[in-house]
Design a protein around this ligand. Structure first.
Ligand SMILES: Cc1cc2nc3c(=O)[nH]c(=O)nc-3n(C[C@H](O)[C@H](O)[C@H](O)COP(=O)(O)OP(=O)(O)OC[C@H]3O[C@@H](n4cnc5c(N)ncnc54)[C@H](O)[C@@H]3O)c2cc1C
Length: 414
């Protein structure tokens, strides 16, 4: 059987010929590709990326809102808070260097009630603690200067929140990896991992690879790879589908940038918002409903094996028991367009039903603990020679280049 393994190549740092490591990265989403590039460029490793799909960015990276989050909400000191801020700076520079689209469209977090106005003060304070630049607190008139068609009692404005084309970034990262002597092997589903004394053997697409180290960045496939690595851990990925509507025709002119509600801290990714995308489309959404398959992009996509694993994990049932009311509301929003319209009209009252059309959504890979709570922060673990990314939800696309640096340090330390 053909084996790939340690090879002789030139180290990046010292310019001397040396035996370089061969590192495998599973997942050609934005996180895996950023990790592969970082390990090639900064560490001089020979890197092979394996993905089961026939294109890069096939899952979360290619199905998201395209927002470069500024780092407003995350608990100070968390990995999310730190890597989001670092990631924004790195991503902005990377997009400029490679002529990739990046626009600081600006974001308004709008309070519609007096109670939300109080929460808004906390949000502004946290944003400043996290080092988000340019944060301004606006009254009802001030917010209309930023978004003339929006209403609310007050808002926080983050003028540097941006929009970008994450699939284009992923494609560019893949080109960097190959340019640095690595390879991106698509249509290579990983079906087996085995650690030997000095290698990690990987079976992918019928071929066997032998790596010195392995990093898994598999999004919705995280648990399957953790099982293969013999390290299931305490959390499981629960797939939450986010569905969107898109504004049609001149209704797009009603929104300049990004309009968000005051988030409910219990459900950080809920709350219908309006998001201008880099291609000019304006998204309304998403909601969040539990998908019936890991890659359950529609209600019709059901996979018994995925469902069994999701539903037999105690965390899923506890999550459902605790939050069933919200769940029912979200499912209603999924089935009834008017629920979306009502949520959006709270911020932009001029919208009508005729302005909205269904558009593609995405499925979030969200790690859930056994007690039913969501694992909010990014989570990265090491098991022998394998580094496992266990939780990389939003803002992982924003943070990808900083996550990659962080993982390169984890690889060096372990
Ligand atoms: C609806 C939605 C909106 C979002 N909005 C934003 C946003 O505005 N801003 C932001 O920063 N983030 C956002 N996110 C989050 C962001 O998209 C993700 O955090 C990010 O894309 C994660 O990247 P990834 O590379 O880890 O995962 P993915 O892009 O999902 O890539 C994982 C890859 O692993 C591959 N894989 C899995 N299993 C295997 C296997 N066994 N063998 C080989 N390959 C395998 C898959 O094919 C896939 O290509 C959003 C996510 C969703 C779903």
């Amino acid at each position: 059987m053909a084996r790939e393994g340690t090879s002789f190549s030139k180290g990046a740092g010292d310019g001397r010929s040396r035996v370089s490591e061969h590192i495998g990265v599973i997942g050609a989403g934005i996180v895996g590709l950023a990790v592969a590039r970082e390990l090639s460029a900064a560490r001089g490793a020979r890197v092979t990326v394996l993905d089961k799909e026939d294109r890069v960015a096939a899952h979360q990276t290619g199905h998201n809102s395209g927002v470069v989050h500024a780092g407003i909400y995350y608990p100070p000191g968390s990995l999310k808070a730190r890597l989001c801020r670092d990631g924004v700076a790195l991503l902005k520079e990377y997009c400029a260097e490679h002529s990739l689209p990046y626009t600081e469209a600006g974001k308004l977090v709008i309070a519609s009630t007096a109670a939300e106005r109080a929460a808004l003060r906390g949000i502004a304070g946290r944003a400043r603690d996290n080092g988000v630049p340019g944060i301004a607190e606006l009254d009802a008139l001030g917010l209309r200067e930023v978004e003339p068609h929006a209403v609310g009692v007050a808002a926080v404005h983050s003028p540097h929140t941006a929009i970008a084309d994450f699939p284009a970034v992923a494609r560019r990262l893949a080109a960097d990896v190959t340019g640095l002597g690595g390879e991106v092997r698509l249509a290579h589903p990983v079906t087996r991992l085995r650690e030997t004394a000095s290698k990690v053997e990987v079976l992918a697409g019928g071929r066997r690879f032998a790596f010195d180290r392995l990093v898994t960045c598999a999004g919705l496939g995280t648990d399957a790879l953790a099982r293969m690595a013999g390290s299931e851990g305490e959390v499981r990925i629960v797939p939450f589908r986010g569905e969107y509507l898109g504004l049609v025709g001149t209704a797009r002119d009603l929104v300049r940038g990004l309009i968000y509600p005051v988030p409910d801290p219990r459900y950080p990714f809920l709350g219908v918002h309006l998001t201008r995308r880099i291609d000019g489309e304006v998204l309304v959404g998403p909601n969040a409903v539990m998908a019936l398959a890991l890659e359950g992009y529609t209600w019709g996509r059901i996979r018994a094996g995925d469902l069994r694993r999701i539903l037999t994990f105690p965390g899923t049932l506890r999550l459902a028991a605790r939050h069933w009311r919200t769940g029912v509301r979200e499912v209603y929003g999924s089935l009834v367009k008017k629920a979306f319209l009502d949520a959006a009209r709270r911020y932009v009252p001029a919208l009508t039903g005729a302005d909205l059309a269904r558009t593609a959504g995405g499925v979030r890979a969200q790690a859930v603990r056994r007690d039913g709570s969501l694992l909010d922060d990014f989570a990265i673990d090491t098991h022998g020679r394998v580094v496992l990314v266990r939780n990389a939800p939003s803002p992982a696309a924003t943070s990808s280049l900083a996550i990659a640096r962080h993982i390169a340090q984890v690889v060096s330390r372990s």
